[in-house]
Design a protein around this ligand. Structure first.
Ligand SMILES: *Cc1c(COP(=O)(O)O)cnc(C)c1O
Length: 224
């Protein structure tokens, strides 16, 4: 089992070009499996539920880097502040404000990505592209005291239609470049474009992703 897991991890690693980073999405998988992948060299792990993240943190080596990738409720923000390397799934200004408030209170800087809503129906979470443009055009990020916006995260529609997937990823990638080069070029450290999961990561990388979030292709099917 360990060997198979290791082989799958190595295969995923090998499929990712230089300059693209990998988050091993370990949600619903036992900590033994995370350790196997950690021992193979992986440091970034992605979790989508606060309870599960908090349970796993003390069970993994302290240099494990935790990416939060699920919908985060404002009332749970306080419990994870200071414990993540990156919160990839900031999907509203209200959540962003809460993260900022709690980070300031805890005297830490929290790194986040803003999640863009492009996929049809799969999730109702995320900023609409126009909302996001307005947010940056109005320089609202300048009000943040203890939060650093490092880039964008997007998910494509869950479909076999490759054209649709490409168009979803391009929407997010275009928005990312526009913010970076035109709307807010003064924004420092805005350098992360998180797109692509097990099935669509090659397409995402072709569309400019520099961070892929891969679960199933490494750990196998999740048992919910
Ligand atoms: C679960 C999840 C993934 C990983 O999906 P796989 O298809 O298992 O690779 C990636 N991103 C997000 C936001 C997720 O919730």
């Amino acid at each position: 089992m360990d060997n198979l897991l290791r082989q799958r991890y190595e295969a995923v690693k090998a499929s990712i070009p230089a300059g693209v980073d990998l988050v091993a999405v370990s949600k619903f998988h036992p900590v033994e499996d995370l350790r196997t992948v950690y021992d193979a060299g992986q440091r970034k792990f992605g979790e989508s539920r606060v309870q599960e993240l908090l349970k796993k943190i003390p069970e993994m080596p302290s240099d494990t880097q935790w990416h939060f990738i699920g919908h985060l409720q404002t009332n749970k923000v306080r419990s994870i502040i200071g414990k993540t390397t990156l919160i990839e799934s900031v999907d509203s200004e209200r959540l962003l404000a809460m993260i900022d408030q709690e980070s300031e209170r805890a005297n830490v800087v929290t790194r986040v990505l803003l999640q863009v809503h492009v996929a049809v129906e799969e999730t109702k979470f995320g900023f609409l592209p126009e909302e996001l443009k307005a947010y940056f055009c109005q320089h609202k990020y300048e009000n943040l005291k203890a939060t650093h916006i490092c880039g964008l995260m997007g998910m494509a529609s869950n479909t076999e239609d490759k054209n649709r997937i490409v168009s979803d990823f391009n929407t997010v990638a275009d928005l990312y470049s526009e913010i970076k080069t035109t709307i807010a070029p003064e924004l420092r450290g805005f350098d992360t474009l998180s797109m692509g999961m097990s099935d669509d990561r090659q397409i995402a990388i072709e569309c400019g992703s520099n961070l892929v979030r891969v679960g199933t292709a490494i750990f196998g099917e999740r048992r919910y």
